[in-house]
Design a protein around this ligand. Structure first.
Ligand code: NAD
Ligand code: DAU
Length: 339
């Protein structure tokens, strides 16, 4: 068995990636390292918690115990992070601690343990904001706008320095906005779906004309798996799709697909430092690995709405906080248990 560490595996993209990797690689033993913050939800892995090839370790990235968890792992995919821009505006410190200090501790442990391949899951937000034309390439300047994206950019720089200084075998990925099942309903698409289903207002920031480049989480998982195995060490890979959409257009479409009235849209105060537009040129990944997004946005959005409609227990317990109480027996949290 090949041991693969996935940090943040109880979060949105992490849990989708754990599921994808277990299905795709029957010879992989997956270890999830996750602090289980408010965003770490073991309900996301509910159907997998008795799977013998999966172990969940509840641990903070900044805990010295990370060294022991990394030991014996051949591959590491680092997704754990504080990920919500709005939260970083109110409390930046936890973003620096987890995204910067936590990443440093992880890469140092991986270097000492001679990990063979490491993927740093970063974000297109490190490039800042675009005007109406153009797309981010891997050589676009790093120009973050929020404490979240600044902390992710700092982590990228640390990983790059480990590659240059120690020949640490790392690849960095920068993906655009993901959507799909198991996304915490503080992010735009699940929040809008959840509000629509509850006949509540959909809060749209500013004039609603900010544009995001949407990609289905499964397409992101396929790209991460390819980059883990075939990426060139020290390289950055952009991941994105052709689906650019203004927030207001998207909110209206969600109301149409849920048969709710347009009057539910409520314009609210804009986010400070709000990036106007993101768009990704993923030509490098396409050229080197043949990757292209397979899930068309309109179809993926309809399936995602169906998923939230069909998973009311997940949605309700995630919204009311009950998910925090579940499954305490399924994760290992002391060194003795992990031994
Ligand atoms: P998420 O917030 O859903 O999940 C983050 C996970 O990290 C949670 O399970 C949480 O418990 C865990 N975590 C947080 N702090 C931790 C700590 N100190 N120690 C250990 N675990 C900790 O995030 P997501 O949307 O799934 O994003 C995953 C990664 O992908 C992040 O690094 C994010 O920056 C990046 N990313 C996200 C998107 C997107 O659209 N969601 C796009 C591009 C890149
Ligand atoms: O681009 C990748 C990034 O995408 C990831 O790195 C981040 O982790 C992820 O959170 C996401 O960042 P955004 O800020 O783009 O996503 P969010 O879902 O918070 O917002 C999407 C857009 O919708 C953005 O323009 C702000 C707007 N918005 C958001 C919320 C929560 C609203 O209009 N109303 C809202 O209530």
């Amino acid at each position: 068995m090949i041991k693969v560490l996935i940090t943040g595996g109880a979060g949105f993209i992490g849990s989708n990636f754990v599921r994808y990797m277990l299905e795709r690689h029957s010879d992989y033993q997956i270890v999830v390292l996750d602090k289980l913050t408010y965003a770490g939800n073991l309900l996301n892995l509910k159907d997998l918690l008795n799977e013998p090839r999966l172990t969940v370790v509840r641990l903070d990235l900044c805990d010295p115990g990370v060294a022991e968890v990394v030991s014996g792992c051949e591959f590491v995919v680092h997704l754990a992070a504080e990920s919500h821009v709005d939260r970083s505006i109110h409390d930046a410190a936890v973003f620096v601690r987890t995204n910067v200090e936590g990443t440093l501790q992880l890469v140092e442990c991986c270097r000492r343990a001679n990990v063979k391949r490491y993927v740093q899951v970063s974000t297109d937000e490190v490039y800042g904001s675009l005007g109406p034309r153009g797309k981010f390439t891997e050589t676009s300047p790093i120009d973050p706008s929020s404490p979240y994206s600044a902390s992710k950019a700092a982590a990228d720089m640390l990983v790059q320095s480990y590659f240059r200084t120690h020949r640490f075998p790392a690849m960095i990925t920068r993906c655009s906005n993901n959507y799909g099942p198991y996304q915490f309903p503080e992010k735009f698409i699940p929040l809008m779906i959840s509000q629509a289903l509850a006949n509540q207002n959909l809060p749209v920031y500013g004039d609603g004309q900010n544009v995001r480049n949407w990609i289905h989480v499964t397409d992101h998982c396929v790209a991460l798996d390819l980059i883990l195995h075939r990426g060139r060490e020290g390289q950055v890979y952009n991941i994105g799709g052709p689906s650019e959409c203004a927030n207001l257009t998207l909110a209206r479409r969600i109301l149409e697909l849920t048969n709710r009235p347009k009057s539910l849209i409520k314009f609210v105060t804009d986010r400070p430092g709000h990036d106007r537009r993101y768009a990704i040129n993923y030509g490098k990944l396409k050229k080197e690995m043949g990757w292209e997004p397979a899930i068309e946005f309109e179809q993926g959005l309809a399936q995602t709405i169906e998923w939230y409609e069909g998973n009311t227990v997940w949605l309700e317990t995630t919204k009311n906080g009950e998910y925090r109480e579940y499954f305490k027996k399924y994760y290992l949290h002391t060194a003795a248990e992990r031994a």
